[in-house]
Each structure stands twice: as structure tokens, then as C-alpha cells.
Design a protein around this ligand. Structure first.
Ligand SMILES: NC(=O)c1ccc[n+]([C@@H]2O[C@H](COP(=O)([O-])OP(=O)(O)OC[C@H]3O[C@@H](n4cnc5c(N)ncnc54)[C@H](O)[C@@H]3O)[C@@H](O)[C@H]2O)c1
Length: 316
């Protein structure tokens, strides 16, 4: 598809703002839609039109009628796993109702492709068979994981029923500049801010739990790529789902030590009791995404250095 008009929901957020930048660089006319609940207007790159609106709003219809979007890229979400456990209906109202509002508008105004952001961190659940292929069994263990997986099923159904083309991106642990260090998730941003402020790092459990850390600008490029590629007629949700990670497991201990080393600061590490329900290991097998021509170009060292420098240059 040649560059046209794209609507990026959650475009004022951490990942969405980088996705806006990547579309701009690829020649797209970019509109960001965000209710600024966790995002910030200052994150939105210049050249992008920001519409302050909730994805559940009835007025979304007017935005689509006026916008003439070729592509919808859906990043807006309730992203807090613990909040989803405490308030599952709130999670579903944003992550399911909001999605369906967007789907209805996309169908009504003939959007050509829908890029859905899912999560390879929560939909597969615990497995020792790593890295996890996209075809692995899905065992979401939180309402947030259920809402992400359900979103994939909805889009698959609307592909079959109404022909809406879509791709789903299943992210690993995304990190980089503009991640909110005050949120629940985002261990890299939390650690980097604490190191900057000379505060001890808190590691839950033995710190040997692993994650697949992928740099945000690499993730943004995967979004542009799946906007352009030919997609198969899916026979199930996995056929058009793409894992977005490095395939490498890194422990929280390694992450903490690498960040401390990069910063040159002396910071101690305090251990606290393991959090119940926390996944032990995660890394994603991205071979289908790699086959599209996407490979992450940032090493953990280069990505963490850029992230630390960004956070060190800000104040809380
Ligand atoms: N950060 C990660 O490691 C990670 C991993 C897997 C998936 N994801 C997904 O990536 C997407 C972006 O996450 P992020 O880490 O950038 O978080 P973020 O909180 O920075 O971004 C979410 C954005 O959506 C906006 N938003 C929230 N509810 C909204 C609503 N009802 N209407 C309109 N806008 C709304 C927020 O204001 C924010 O700008 C989410 O869909 C998240 O589930 C993130």
C-alpha cells in the first residue's frame, strides 16, 4: 500500500508516539487520537494532528467521516494488568468496547487495513518452551490478556464476515524513550529513573525471571511494515499475527546490572518477595516477522543507553 492517511490511536502514548514518527518518515499523513489518560500531548511529534477523544466516544464516527483514513493503527488501551484484575469491566470497556467502536467506524468508512496491537507477554501465559512461536497455545491469565486475545478474535471474525483486512502485532516487553516511569509496567523506565535519582532498585523474587526486551523504534518500524505487506487470507488468528521481540531472554538481574553499569552510578539492589502470578520466563519467536524483512537493529546495550540518557535528561 502506498502511503496515505493513517489514524494512530494512543498516538500520544509511549509506543504510539514512536509509531506516529515512523509513519511520518514513511510519508503518511498522520492523525493521532488519544484521550490523554496516560499519554501526553507533548509526546505527539510535530506534523501529526492530535484529536483528543476517547476511543469509546460516539463522536468517533465524525472523526472517521472527516478523516478519510486508509489505515487504522490501534495502540490506545488500558494497559495495567493489575487494574484489569481489580476492574475487569473497566478494562473491557476500553479494550473491547473501544475496539468495536473503531471496527464499526472502519467498516462504515471503508478503512483498507487495521493494525491491532496485541501482547506476546500476556496472551501465551507461562510456558517453558521458549522462544514462544505464534502458534503456541494461548493461556491469558488476566482480564488484560483476555481482552487482547479477544480483540484478535474479533478482528479475525470481521475479516471473515466483512472483509476488513488486519494484522495483529504481539509485542514483547517494549522499552525506550518516553515510557512512563511512574506507571505499573515498564521496568526499564522505572529502574532508569530510580538510578538517575540515586534510589535503590527493587527486584521481586530472585531476579532470575526473564523477559524479551525490544526497543521502541524497532517496534515502530514493524508497524509500518505490516501496513504495507501482502497479508494472507487467515484461517485462524495466528496467520496474520506477528510476534515483535528479539527472541532473547534477559533476566531482571542482568537488566538491573546493565543499566547500573551504563549509568556509572552506584545504586544498591533490594530484593522483595516475588509477586504472585508473575510470569517466570518470556521470549518470542519472531521468525514470521523476520521473514517479512523486520529484524530489531538495537542491541540491549544500545537501546538501554539511549533510554537511560533520555531519562537522565528529564526530571520527574
Ligand atoms: N509497553 C509494552 O511493553 C507493551 C507490550 C505489549 C503490548 N503493549 C500495547 O501497546 C499499546 C501502547 O502501550 P504503551 O506502553 O505505549 O502505553 P501508553 O499508556 O503510553 O499508551 C496508551 C495510550 O492510549 C491512550 N488511551 C488509553 N485509553 C484510551 C481511551 N479510552 N481512548 C483514547 N486513548 C486512550 C493513553 O492516553 C496513552 O496515550 C497498548 O495497546 C498496549 O497494550 C505494550
Amino acid at each position: 500500500m502506498s502511503p496515505g492517511k493513517v489514524l494512530v490511536t494512543g498516538g500520544a502514548g509511549f509506543i504510539g508516539s514512536h509509531v506516529c514518527e515512523a509513519y511520518l518518515s514513511d510519508g503518511w499523513d498522520v492523525t493521532a487520537l488519544d484521550n490523554l489518560s496516560t499519554g501526553r500531548a507533548t509526546n505527539v511529534p510535530s506534523g501529526v494532528t492530535l484529536i483528543e477523544m476517547d476511543v469509546r466516544a460516539p463522536e468517533l464516527n465524525d472523526v472517521f467521516r472527516d478523516g478519510g483514513f486508509d489505515v487504522v493503527n490501534h495502540h490506545a488501551a488500558q494497559i495495567d494488568v493489575r487494574k484489569s484484575v481489580e476492574q475487569p469491566r473497566y478494562d473491557a470497556s476500553i479494550n473491547i468496547d473501544g475496539l468495536l467502536n473503531l471496527v464499526e467506524c472502519s467498516l462504515a468508512f471503508e478503512v483498507r487495513r487495521f493494525v491491532l496491537v496485541s501482547s506476546g507477554g500476556v496472551i501465551y501465559g507461562e510456558t517453558m518452551d521458549l522462544p514462544i512461536p505464534r502458534s503456541a497455545k494461548k493461556h491469558p491469565l488476566s482480564p488484560y490478556g483476555i481482552s487482547k486475545l479477544t480483540s484478535e478474535y474479533y478482528l479475525h471474525a470481521f475479516r471473515k464476515l466483512k472483509g476488513l483486512e488486519y494484522a495483529a502485532l504481539r509485542y514483547a516487553n517494549v522499552y525506550g524513550p518516553r515510557q512512563d516511569p511512574n506507571g505499573e509496567a515498564g521496568v526499564v523506565a522505572i529502574f532508569a529513573q530510580r538510578i538517575r535519582d540515586g534510589e535503590e532498585l527493587i527486584v521481586f523474587g530472585d531476579g532470575e525471571q526473564t523477559r524479551d526486551y525490544v526497543f521502541v523504534r524497532d517496534v515502530a518500524l514493524a508497524n509500518v511494515l505490516v501496513t504495507h505487506v501482502d497479508l494472507p487470507e487467515p484461517t485462524g488468528i495466528d496467520d496474520v499475527a506477528f510476534n515483535v521481540g528479539t527472541g532473547v531472554e534477559s533476566s531482571v538481574n542482568v537488566l538491573a546490572n546493565t543499566l547500573i553499569e551504563i549509568s556509572g552510578q552506584e545504586v544498591s539492589v533490594k530484593r522483595e518477595e516475588a509477586r504472585p502470578g508473575e510470569l517466570l520466563r518470556n521470549a518470542l519467536d519472531c521468525k514470521e516477522t523476520n521473514a517479512l524483512g523486520w529484524v530489531p537493529t538495537h542491541t540491549m546495550e544500545s537501546g538501554l543507553t539511549e533510554t537511560y540518557e533520555f531519562i537522565a535528561g528529564t526530571t520527574s
